[in-house]
Design a protein. Sequence first.
Lengths: 330, 245
Amino acid sequence: MTTHSKRRTVAKLLAPLVAFGLVAAACGSDDDSSDSGADTTEASGSETSEAPGSASTDAAVPDGPTIRLRGQDFSEAITIAEVYGQYLEAQGFDVEILTPAGFRTEALDGIQNGDLDLIIDYIGGTQAALAPDAPPSADPEEIVAVIRPAVEEIGGVLLDYSPAVDGDAFVVRGDSEATTISDVAGLDYVLGASSQCPERPQCLIGLEDPEIYGITFADFVTLEFGPLLGEALSSNEVDAVIWNTTAPQITDQGFKVLEDDQGLFPAQNIAPIVSTAVLDAYGPALAGPLDDLSALITTDDLLAWNTQTDIELRESDAVATEWLESKGLI
Amino acid sequence: MVVARPGQTAVPRDIGFFEWFFDADTWTGNGGIIESLIDTVVLCAAATAVAALIAVPIAAVLAHYRKAQVASTWLVSLSRAVPTFAIAALLVPWSLRRGWGFEPWPIFIALFLLAVVPIYLNTYVAIRQVPEGSVDAARALGYGESSVLGRIEFAMGASLILAGIRVAAIQVVATEPIRAFLGGDGLGRYVRDGFGQNNTTLVVGGIILIGGLAAITGLLFVLLERLVLPTGVRRLVRQQGERQP
């Protein structure tokens, strides 16, 4: 009898451990990743590489090593990786789009140890990872000046950043009287944000700093990133959340993003990072088309992609193909 | 005005565990260990107590009349397969839309469902395994059905019933920290903040606090079993234990 109940106790004590494993895996994500099924999609472009469709570059198929790229494991990054990967395939490059995995750390590690040849990251995030001591900036040029040498140190080259931005957003309900973050100062709001926010100068510390915003919040609620932020906001549990600018729920649920009038949030333009080895092998034949593509992507495109993947639950590779076709790029 | 903000916000990453743990500020104030501990203990006690109050009578009566034997073992065991975190996470949007907030209902219901299973199963088995002879003897002495259940079966099964509640309480304490990931606080906040801020000291601290509380909970129930069990029944339990190794 005693042995029986003891064995049962052990089995049950393991259950919360498993639950915690799930939590730990879930809370690491920046977004709810709806597609994990976006496996290697080499089919879409490779057969058409001889086709006369690729008008923008020379007819000659570039010769060089396979370009391996992998999206970070949340839906926006997966779609971005598909867009860059399918575009390069259509240009005649030999591309392998790996199954999305990991986040920024894993992506940068991939460049450093040679597992990956192309990643697309957000420049403010890249700076936080590679040059954490440098002051963050709302000006992308300043950030690029800091991270370009840091990226070179890990064996990569930072290409031109895109006008598309997915940065921090101070989000309130649509009926809020505030239009800028400064307006929140007298409103006694309850703020909801991730557990990183209270210790980050670009988040709660900066919002409360009298030299920057000097806001006094009525309370702070720790909320993990994702749809819970929207639920908490619409049910009046919190009055403001720190979200990202391209979260499709913001417009979907009638919220609004307040203007960062003091320039607290760092610039988060997307920018490709290519491994030095692959860039040396191809030269401008690779960098040119990538820069052309980056220049074409806008913040509205990111938002539209996220709406399709997260709200309409479409697959990232299909969304990427459709966008590239609509722009006449493939 | 003092800003209400989560405690432990500025815990440096390189702080040693002991340095953190024995700092007075770690324990007091908004989000300190004492406040978090009270949050956790209150919720766990409530969930376990409500589960026991509901599950013990139902299981006892069903077992006494030998009803729902298949359903008891199969259905209730099956409910263990549903992860508590998933239940709580599903209930959070539901609770928010009704204006009930993050707490306490989603996490309370999830923990209640977690606790009901071992309490129900143990109670059912406890009543079921009371020797037929004892029950027949009681009936021969003129005991009615409610007296047989209340005075014979309940007393002889008390040890197993309490063991079920103990198992449930330990499970609840070990699982309750998920509330920190669903808009709540409690001791799980150290694990959550530690993961979020990449601060191992906080994660380790949270694990030690939660594990410690679970260990103390188990110990308290062992003491409780000693206090409430009649001496005769305790001797009986010991003998039964010797007979079936």
